[in-house]
Design a protein around this ligand. Structure first.
Ligand code: COI
Length: 349
């Protein structure tokens, strides 16, 4: 396909201050879009950010045929801008599209769309060490048709928004053993909209009880830890960094993967094996020092201070010398160009 992108810059340019606003409220000045119809992608363009026009019959509005990604651009200490682990996000986007029966986007188009948007809106990449530009590629089924079918038409878009901390304090989380997020063979590993919409009710119930997030357990036995609302879960105790293995019901998190690599490099033993919530409960009940945290692109490393298991609140370790903060700092040093990038994760503009 033709991957040339037509660019129409906005006439008035103004970078807005977004630090004090909730995550994802303010888009940058441009957006990328490409259209799929008659079995091919075309009309790739970057235009000033604006609302979409969509038929009320569009299939995405009715049957949830939507997929998205989330990745970040960082300003390095030398001023250059890099997009973190672009290839890995492209690969995951591709897997999600396959699961949702949506057309593939070539890696070249995915790269060009993102790099061109970041280049044009580079003034929006924060200078601050705790800031980044969050990029949201997504695809929606646009064919106007109420009948239940796989769409023949799609829109692939990328929008961007400056990002600071997703969570501004250590989290209180509740183990969820009633509702399920994803079942074996379902869409849990895909980044499709429905996985998130389905989590809203349990998360709201947990919020009413004073919790920031839920910890999902497997849909069959509710015995094994899976992930949390917006991130994978990791634990450090007994000298090991542990996280559940990937499965059809767990998202293959890019931050999870990065932290596992960094832990190995830093000499921290890692283990990816099923974690039963009983193991956590018994360690916490015995007063063992246990770190629990979420790992995700938006959340980065989100410390968990309270883990509530069957009505009992346990305190997890969040001291400043915690292993999770060493991992977070190393990750940030690489992203800022302050430490070597041995895996070639930084995709420079
Ligand atoms: C991300 O971390 O990029 C996510 O997609 C999680 C959330 C913001 C939906």
């Amino acid at each position: 396909m033709d991957t040339s992108i037509h660019i129409t810059p906005s006439t008035e340019r103004q970078v807005l201050e977004t630090r004090s606003l909730p995550f994802g409220k303010i888009p940058t000045e441009h957006m990328f879009q490409a259209v799929y119809s008659e079995d091919h992608w075309h009309s790739a363009r970057i235009v000033p950010f604006e609302d979409l026009t969509l038929s009320p019959l569009a299939l995405c509005l009715h049957y949830g045929q939507t997929v998205f990604e989330g990745l970040k651009a960082f300003r390095q200490s030398d001023g250059r801008i890099q997009v973190f682990r672009l290839n890995r996000h492209a690969a995951r986007f591709s897997k999600s599209l396959e699961r949702m029966c949506m057309p593939q986007v070539s890696e070249q188009l995915f790269h060009e769309a993102i790099m061109s948007l970041v280049r044009l809106d580079s003034d929006w990449v924060p200078q601050d060490l705790d800031g980044s530009l969050y990029l949201r590629p997504f695809m929606i089924a646009t064919e106007p048709r109420i009948g239940v079918k796989v769409s023949d038409e799609y829109l692939f878009m990328v929008v961007a928004t400056p990002a600071y901390s997703y969570y501004n304090k250590p989290l209180r989380v509740k183990l969820e053993t009633n509702f399920s997020r994803a079942a074996e063979g379902g869409t849990g590993y895909a980044k499709c909209g429905g996985n998130y919409g389905g989590a809203f009710l349990p998360t709201r119930r947990a919020a009413e009880e004073g919790f920031d997030q839920v910890i999902w357990t497997d849909a069959k036995s509710h015995y094994f830890i899976e992930e949390s609302g917006t991130m994978n879960l990791m634990f450090y105790w007994n000298g090991r960094l542990r996280t559940p293995p990937l499965s059809s019901s767990i998202l293959d998190g890019v931050t999870r993967d990065s932290l596992l690599h960094l832990a190995k490099d830093m000499g921290i033993p890692t283990e990816t094996s099923p974690i039963a919530w009983h193991e956590l409960e018994s360690a916490l009940a015995k007063g063992e020092k246990l770190e629990a945290f979420g790992a995700g692109t938006a959340a980065v490393v989100a410390p968990i201070s309270t883990l509530s298991i069957n009505g009992n609140d346990y305190t997890c370790y969040t001291g400043s010398d915690a292993v999770m903060f060493r991992l977070r700092d190393r990750l940030n040093e690489i992203r800022r160009g302050l430490a070597p990038d041995p895996y070639g994760w930084n995709h420079l503009l």
